[in-house]
Design a protein around this ligand. Sequence first.
Ligand SMILES: [Zn+2]
Length: 106
Amino acid sequence: MSKRTHTREDQRQRTEFFDEGKRLDANPETRQLAGCWLCGLRIDYTQAPGTTTDSHTLDHYYPVDDYPELQNDPDNFRHCHFDCNSSRGKGDAERGLGELMPAWWS
Ligand SMILES: [Zn+2]
């Protein structure tokens, strides 16, 4: 069972983190900091978080299921595509890029 909580405070932090990303993305000099930490591409901040594949989600560097005490630690927050976050699952942050396609894919 997931140890994740869904409190008002969680929601506030999420919104704040999204707004921060949006601000960084609006400035070409800081845009890189607002990109997806998994694939490095730009996130679509014009869409509401979690509504499209390239919209924003808050990802946790250390998965909440393993580190519930870090769920509300801003140092653990990463800007992430909805799609990248979903396909990451948990526990494989160490995996390098370029290994995402299974062998049967082509
Ligand atoms: Zn991504």
